[in-house]
Design a protein around this ligand. Structure first.
Ligand code: NAI
Length: 335
């Protein structure tokens, strides 16, 4: 089959990484077009990969020379670009979060239903990380019995100037919200946020760290530390405690070093190095599935559910109250 012609909107940090992966690591596709409001950056990428540069993202989305869209623009641009992609009837891979606001997610889900088939996949790449995949297999086969609790943490070395207390949940924490729901195969019932002592390396008006607490419908209690100023690296941990045993997420294998009297293993510096394998598996599978006409990765509904939980957590952070997460009925398209 001919190479899938991919149009990428957003040539920032992860946009360029995905373009590199799709060009060098994933077979069966090519970067046909790129667009970004930063025209210089997009122009450079277009030249490097022999792609067409589009000044107008919507024109790229509608182009007959583009089979499928990758959205790696900043969060606020996701909703309108997804809707344009759905109107064009194209397969879309949209980086997380699906959108920044719950009503935008609702609109995307409504528009996709009008298409009559799933066209959209959200970039929750942790679902492709071999460690999480193995944890899910062990939960499913009953190795640890019924899950009771999850203890997790998501630590970034340091944060971009644009980061704030709210984005810490809606942009970083959303990975945790999605992966726990996927691991446990359950929706959430309620949530709240605990605010520990302030890290003096964080902006004074930013709550950092935070502890997100989520309770599933069956009563599994999840606590996730979200920290933007670990000071030592990018660290993702997850332990699921069951009735019969406990399982912990491994880091990708690294050489254990003993040098000059010190025994150590390097810590991942950032998300790119920690999850590079997951991104590659995620995109390769997406390309293969788009070519068969049926995508099975994280859906617009999953993106909506994550945004709904993040929104409820953010409101709980502000008023300190534990809140119910009200989940609407799941449309047939997503069952
Ligand atoms: P970035 O700031 O480096 O790049 C974003 C790019 O989007 C910029 O070049 C900007 O000019 C462009 N842009 C903004 N609005 C646009 C619009 N309306 N039309 C076209 N281009 C537009 O940000 P980064 O880190 O590359 O993040 C991009 C997206 O990917 C974000 O939504 C972020 O949440 C997500 N992301 C996901 C990760 C994951 O682990 N799955 C990791 C990092 C980012």
């Amino acid at each position: 089959m001919e190479n899938l012609k991919i149009g990428v909107v957003g040539t920032g940090a992860i946009g360029r990484e995905h373009i590199r992966r799709l060009s060098e690591k994933v077979s069966g596709c090519r970067i046909a077009a790129v667009s970004d409001i930063n025209e210089t950056a997009a122009g450079e990428v277009a030249e490097k990969y022999g792609a067409e540069f589009y000044k107008d993202s919507n024109e790229l989305i509608r182009s007959k020379d583009v089979d499928a869209i990758v959205i790696t623009a900043g969060d606020p641009a996701h909703a309108s670009l997804c809707i344009a992609g759905l109107h064009a009837g194209k397969f879309i891979f949209c980086e997380k979060p699906l959108a920044t606001e719950v009503p935008e997610c609702e609109k995307i889900v409504q528009e996709e239903q009008k298409c009559g088939k799933r066209l959209l996949q959200v970039g929750f790449m942790r679902r492709y990380d071999p460690g999480y995949v193995e944890m899910k297999r062990l939960i499913r086969n009953g190795s640890i019995g019924t899950p009771l609790m999850v203890h997790a943490c998501h630590r970034n070395m340091t944060h971009a100037p644009s980061m704030n207390s709210d984005l810490s949940i809606r942009n970083s924490g959303i990975h945790e919200i999605d992966i726990m729901r996927w691991l446990l195969e359950e929706d959430y019932d309620s949530c709240d946020v605990i605010i520990p002592k302030h890290n003096s390396h964080a902006d004074p008006d930013m709550q950092d760290p935070q502890i997100m607490r989520l309770r599933t419908k069956s009563g599994v209690e999840i606590d996730v530390e979200i920290a933007q100023n670990s000071g030592y690296g990018y660290d993702i941990q997850c332990e699921v405690v069951g009735e019969l045993g406990t399982i912990k997420l491994p880091d990708p294998a690294k050489v254990d070093k003993k040098i000059k009297g010190v025994h150590f293993v390097d810590v991942n510096p950032d998300w790119e190095s920690r999850f590079s394998e997951a991104y590659e598996i995620e995109l390769a599978k997406w390309v293969d599935e788009v070519k068969t006409g049926k995508v099975t990765g994280p859906s617009a509904w999953d993106g909506y559910m994550a945004c709904l939980a993040a929104d409820t957590l953010s409101r709980s952070r502000v008023d300190g109250e534990r809140k119910k997460i009200i989940i609407p009925e799941k449309p047939a398209l997503y069952i």
